[in-house]
Write a protein that binds this ligand. Structure first.
Ligand code: ATP
Ligand code: MG
Length: 402
């Protein structure tokens, strides 16, 4: 299923009072969504490489939400397979004195992505029509007389639309995501933060105070979506009571955005191609008798008894990575990805392989220290997978997914 029912592009009205924050689309449980989530992350990863290589278009993903709606968790998981060189997150807090001395869009210019880059705006200029509207902060701004009679918030909607249109027309796409959590679910998450010592740092009395303005915020979110949705810069309203569904939906939105941009590796011109061929010939010459083909590492056989199981599995994964995706599915590599993704801890394929390679070695050291005989060579890939699962589960217990 697509994302169109969550998209607002300026035609359809968004009515927050009838929006189902508990919606989980076509799924009844998180398990059913795992395969698609993993696939989305892998597609996003590949598309980002092309986006970066092409350097044609920049993208901004804007995230807005009430506190504890899961912004940080969504950003952490959905963008986790992106290469850090092409993506940057900006967290916009209460403006500093310097920022306040400028117009409200001033501080965002330096966060705009160069072409080929992705900027994540964790909060944004939309705060100026959310918290700024709810608390009427603009009333204390010192402004020229001509601004005194204007409807500041209404003007800001238009100014934001103009800004985003300008960006679109000059090579930067702005996609906006509102994680819509219910008041009850927010209460549950706050209680859990209060009850759990390792989550205490996330609670602030300010967040709890803002809850008292809930209705005003809902009105502000609704109007914001209705006033600033356009076909080029749509708003997506994501049901956020179930974290796994919010993450899945955002992965769909990011995937679809990148697919629409459809970046391509830049083709080489004929002159470059032929000069590369010349260099290639020189490189082969430089290898002399050793030659090039022999230099290529032949993958070791899986059955090589000198390999410890972790290496065997890694070898297996490397080989399978080279095969088609269809084959990967049949061969159980997907099971490993799934295992990690189920815990929504997935990072890149390399990380997974590193984890697989490192774990038994670490264990071996520990076992040696304890004077235990640990016969590594008898450990099966299935056992290794089981072991990774335990690590990931431990990890998840430690990490708050909010
Ligand atoms: P986390 O709590 O997960 O660290 P956060 O985004 O909630 O992330 P905080 O430092 O708690 O970070 O909150 C940032 C605060 O800054 C929010 O309350 C937000 O409303 C406020 N803020 C952001 N932009 C503006 C603005 N233009 N005017 C006034 N307040 C703003
Ligand atoms: Mg906060």
């Amino acid at each position: 299923m697509g994302i169109s029912r969550y998209a607002y592009k300026g035609k359809r009205r968004f009515d927050i009072s009838t929006f189902d924050t508990e919606d989980t689309g076509e799924f009844t449980s998180r398990d059913q969504s795992v395969d698609e989530f993993v696939e989305n992350l892998l597609v996003i990863n590949k598309k980002q490489q092309k986006l970066y290589s092409e350097r044609k278009e920049g993208v901004i993903f804007v995230f807005q939400a009430m506190d504890a709606a899961g912004k940080d968790g969504v950003i952490r998981t959905v963008f986790s397979t992106l290469s850090p060189h092409g993506v940057k997150e900006f967290c916009f807090k209460v403006p500093s004195a310097e920022e306040k001395s400028h117009d409200f869009l001033w501080r965002f210019w330096s966060a705009l992505p160069p072409r080929g880059f992705i900027s994540i705006f964790n909060r944004s200029y939309y705060e100026d029509v959310l918290v700024g509207k709810v608390h009427e902060f603009y009333k204390s701004d010192i402004v020229p007389d001509r601004m005194k009679d204007s409807d500041v918030i209404q003007d800001r909607y238009r100014q934001i639309k103009d800004f985003e249109r300008y960006l679109y027309e000059t090579g930067t796409r702005v996609i906006k995501i509102f994680l819509n959590v219910s008041k009850d679910e927010q209460a549950r998450r706050f209680i859990s933060r209060i009850d759990t010592p390792r989550k205490n740092w996330k609670v602030s009395s300010g967040d709890l105070r803002e809850r008292e303005y809930w209705d005003a915020y809902m009105e502000a979110f609704e109007t914001m979506v209705n006033e600033t949705s356009t076909p080029e810069s749509p708003w997506y309203v994501v049901p956020a009571d179930h974290k796994w569904f919010a993450r899945l939906l955002v992965s769909r939105i990011v995937r679809k955005t990148l697919e629409e941009i459809d970046p391509q590796y830049p083709p080489l011109d004929e002159a470059t191609k032929s000069s590369l061929q010349e260099y290639r010939a020189k490189l082969i010459d430089s290898l002399g008798e050793k030659g090039y083909r022999e230099q290529e590492k032949q993958p070791k056989e899986y059955s090589d008894p000198s390999l410890i199981p972790a290496e065997m599995l890694q070898q297996e994964l490397l080989q399978k990575q080279a095969e088609s995706d269809e084959k990967l599915k049949e061969n159980g590599f997907k099971a490993v990805r799934k295992l990690l993704a189920e815990n929504y801890m997935i990072r890149s394929l390399n990380d997974i392989m590193d984890a697989i390679a490192e774990t038994p070695a670490e264990e071996k050291e520990e076992a040696e220290e304890e004077g235990e005989e640990d016969d590594e060579s008898t450990r099966s890939p299935a056992e290794i997978r089981e072991h990774i699962k335990e690590i990931v589960e431990d990890n998840e217990k430690e990490t708050d997914n909010a």
